[in-house]
Unconditional design. Sequence first.
Length: 136
Amino acid sequence: MNRERSRVSGPAVVVRPKQAGKGLRALYSQLRVSPDELLTNVMIYWLTQTIGSSVRYYVPATAAPLNPGEAITAQTTVLIPHEPHLAVPPESWLRRAYPAMERFVVLDRGGHFLASEDPHRFVAEIRETFRPYRRR
């Protein structure tokens, strides 16, 4: 990849992979974060060369897919960001894979960077998720 092109498409790949190559100006118009916030977020990964290790949790390369009849039994909350191009599995499929799923939330706003885009909603969702575990 050309060095100049990677300076523009690198952040695009981090934020919106399908927007890579369209430039940062197009990204800023879609995001609810400032250019400074986006640049800070991207530069942390870029300068420390840690983007690879940061995405390993999204795609566990060493984990085999679930076999038929297998399930993840940990108590789970699923929060689906408001991303128009994101394929969202039906809740019934998620409940088969996560039988202990306690909450299933589809956001009406706020995307992948919910903590930056809508910090109050982010905190509210975390509080709601852990509310049953609070001791009074």
